[in-house]
Design a protein around this ligand. Structure first.
Ligand SMILES: *Cc1c(COP(=O)(O)O)cnc(C)c1O
Length: 395
């Protein structure tokens, strides 16, 4: 029986019913401008401040440390460019990040390199995990910022954030983490983990697209990315997206409630998919098996074209991804898979399945039953697979 199985939660998630219901009043009667002084405006302003408190509580921050932005990418841009421009005045023009960050980080770094900043891209090894020691060794006198993603969006590997935070704090270097994939999947406490700045996004946790957060620890001040009105205490101009901000706050409350129970349930399903798909000859799991997000499966099937695989799965009702959504449509293999040492040929035939706590056991069965025959069919038509079997392409 054909099913519809949404297994691309790392690309985006469906807005939940409770989020939608929390938002609706602010899309209809609650249309006041939060900056207006009459009651209709003040109500909207109050909704934003309540949302700020909820987000702060979920992250272990203070409400005054939470800034609403237009998306996760904006938060990343603001943290990196703001810090770089602030600390350049003190002669600090060096940044440290990893080779497999999201493009919001990597392209911000590239823009800063053009302005004369220097960036160290730490290698992530074949397991896709960096060590705190690597960070310690890379810090210099002139290092302005360390930015390490909490969890990778393609292979799901989780980085030792608290250890890195401790090192950065002791060396007096600001520490930013792109936690877009981690929020709701890993317990986060910015104060305990010595995180100075943290980015997150609404649409990865069942809130709408087009709303994000940047946490900036009290005591840190960086220049604005967006200038204009005095919204967000003068730090991020633009009339607030009240409904989406309320939706994000509702979503983070649910996402961060009882994470351990969710991890136990979803990890079982994830491991069932991993074990099922690794039955396919020459399949390999990308990224560390255990230190990865509860919902992330990323497996390479040599001899298969990622795009053909996705289209075949689409016909079966399965939504998945090969590499990241941002790069599908381009023929460049994923920089994340190359960073853990995959060849171009193998990287091309990789499948990311990202499940969530909305996924059912029946969905998992459907994936395990339907993916292997598709691989077999595609390989039977693939000249590349023929070459690989003859040993003419080294894997
Ligand atoms: C999705 C994602 C982003 C970008 O967030 P948007 O809200 O889509 O701009 C940044 N970093 C990571 C790790 C992501 O997964």
């Amino acid at each position: 029986m054909k099913r519809f199985v949404y297994a691309d939660n790392a690309a985006t998630t469906q807005v939940s019913q409770e989020v939608l219901e929390a938002m609706l009043p602010w899309l209809k009667d609650g249309y006041g401008n939060p900056s207006s002084i009459y009651a209709k405006g003040r109500e909207a302003g109050h909704a934003i401040e309540t949302a700020r408190q909820k987000v702060a509580a979920a992250l272990g921050a203070q409400p005054g440390e939470i800034y609403f932005t237009g998306c996760g990418s904006e938060s990343d841009n603001w943290a990196l460019k703001g810090t770089a421009h602030k600390l350049a005045a003190k002669g600090k023009k060096h940044l440290i990040t990893t080779a497999f960050e999201h493009h919001a980080i990597l392209h911000s770094c590239a823009a800063l390199e053009k302005e004369g900043f220097e960036v160290t891209y730490l290698p992530v090894g074949e397991k896709g995990i960096i060590t705190a020691q690597q960070v310690a060794d890379a810090i210099r006198e002139d290092t302005a910022l360390v930015s390490i993603m909490y969890a990778n969006n393609e292979i799901g590997t989780i980085q030792p954030i608290a250890e890195i935070g401790e090192i950065c704090r002791s060396r007096g270097v600001w520490f930013h983490t792109d936690a877009v994939q981690a929020v709701g999947n890993v317990p986060i406490n910015v104060a305990e983990q010595n995180i100075d700045m943290l980015s997150m996004s609404g649409h990865k946790i069942h809130a709408p697209k087009g709303v994000g957060v940047l946490y900036i620890r009290r005591g840190i001040s960086i220049p604005n990315l967006m200038d204009g009105g005095g919204q967000e205490r003068g730090h991020r101009a633009g009339t607030e997206n009240v409904a989406s901000i309320v939706g994000l706050a509702r979503a983070i409350e649910t996402a961060c409630a009882d994470i351990p129970a969710k991890i136990e349930r979803v990890t079982k399903m994830r491991n069932r998919i991993i074990d099922g798909l690794l039955q396919v000859p020459l399949a390999r799991l990308n990224g560390d098996r255990d230190r990865r997000l509860m919902g992330n499966v990323n497996i390479s099937f040599p001899g298969v074209e990622g795009e053909s695989l996705l289209l075949s799965l689409d016909l079966l009702g399965i939504c998945a991804s090969s590499g990241s959504a941002c790069t599908s449509g381009s023929l460049d293999p994923s920089h994340v898979l190359l960073s853990i040492g995959l060849s171009h040929e193998v990287a091309h035939g990789s499948l990311r399945i990202s499940i969530s706590d909305w996924t059912s056991d029946e969905d998992v069965d459907y994936i395990i039953e339907n993916v292997p025959p598709v691989i077999e069919k595609l390989r039977a038509m693939s000249p590349m697979w023929e070459h690989m079997q003859k040993g003419e392409i080294v894997l």
